[in-house]
Design a protein around this ligand. Structure first.
Ligand code: FVH
Length: 287
């Protein structure tokens, strides 16, 4: 069992501390607004009076606050008390912010791991929760058991920026899926049809089937070569004109997917109509 401190007891920090307590780890907690520590103390957590005390108490010090500016201020306050500790920062931010914080933490004599939580607070501690880590390999290996308390722990290498980069890339994929759902739900509702039935019996299985093609598209994007497997881009670009037309006819805005359709047309105009859809990566990232 390890001694772990959790700094920041919002919805997520409280869930993390709860999971540590449930797993039997000695858990010290600190929050700017002290009252939020109460329920955790009642369940067996130790209360730190200051963030410096929290840093002193834990071999592993987890930060989960609103933003990086807050983490910087807290790390500055704890200062030398972090020496010899492993700082695990689970606050959302950018790859660059993670790298800059890692430099500051290492200068204090601590190790740094950045983490991206792919879960909402009620999922923490369940097999459905995924947490991405990057930074110190030795610290990830040494504290793997603690980190697995939060959910499936996936390590992405020693560059601290990799966890936030992959976190943001996963969120990007998720929002793309939500965009498709919102547009199709609006279309179905505009026709007076059953949105819930459509979603459950048709859309979810359809998206699952289409997701099966993503590994092949990923291989093409990695290679930079886009052979069309049945559905070339010229055909798809023509079909999206029909989609946009249906939206207009039904009084449904087409603004959500319009940028994607514009990219498809541009790629065809650039002479890549015989290729597959994954070729749009070339317009988004000019390597
Ligand atoms: N909740 C979620 O679904 C997502 C899942 C993915 C990861 N995010 C990120 O986790 C960070 C914390 O999110 P949270 O849900 O715990 O957020 P809140 O419930 O709003 O709690 C915020 C805590 O941050 C403390 N805090 C804010 N500013 C400061 C500061 N200047 N100094 C010290 N602490 C600060 C706040 O303290 P208080 O207001 O209670 O005094 C809360 O403990 C976040 O990066 C998400 O993006 C969550």
């Amino acid at each position: 069992m390890s001694s772990v401190s959790v700094v920041g007891l919002g919805a997520m920090g409280s869930a993390l501390a709860d999971a540590l307590l449930a797993a039997g780890h000695t858990t010290t907690v600190w929050n700017r607004t002290p009252a939020k520590a109460e329920p955790l103390v009642e369940r067996g957590a130790l209360r730190a009076a200051t963030v410096t005390d929290a840093a002193t108490a834990g071999e592993v010090v987890v930060f989960c606050v609103l933003g990086y500016a807050d983490v910087h201020a807290l790390v500055d306050t704890a200062g030398a008390a972090l020496s010899g500790r492993v700082v695990v920062n689970l606050t959302n931010g950018s790859p660059q912010e993670a790298r800059e914080l890692a430099v500051k933490v290492r200068a204090l004599g601590a190790d740094y791991l950045d983490g991206g939580i792919m879960a909402v607070p009620p999922m923490i501690g369940s097999p459905q929760a995924l947490v991405l880590y990057s930074g110190s390999t030795a610290s990830f290996e040494a504290h793997r058991e603690v980190l697995q308390v939060f959910g499936r722990a996936v390590y992405l290498g020693d560059d601290p920026g990799q966890a936030p980069l992959h976190d943001l890339a996963l969120l990007t994929g998720m929002y793309g899926m939500f965009a498709g759902f919102l547009q199709s739900a609006a279309l179905v509702r505009s026709a007076g049809a059953d949105v819930e039935g459509f979603t459950t019996t048709l859309l979810v299985p359809w998206l699952a089937a289409m997701a099966g093609g993503l590994p092949q598209m990923a291989a093409e994007a990695a290679e930079g070569a886009y052979p069309a497997a049945g559905s070339n881009l010229a055909m798809q670009a023509a079909a999206v004109d029909t989609l946009a037309g249906l939206g207009r006819a039904q009084g449904v805005s087409t603004e959500l997917l319009a940028p994607l359709f514009a990219l498809m047309r541009r790629r065809v105009e650039d002479g890549h109509g015989e290729e597959g859809l994954a070729g749009l990566v070339e317009l988004l990232h000019r390597g």
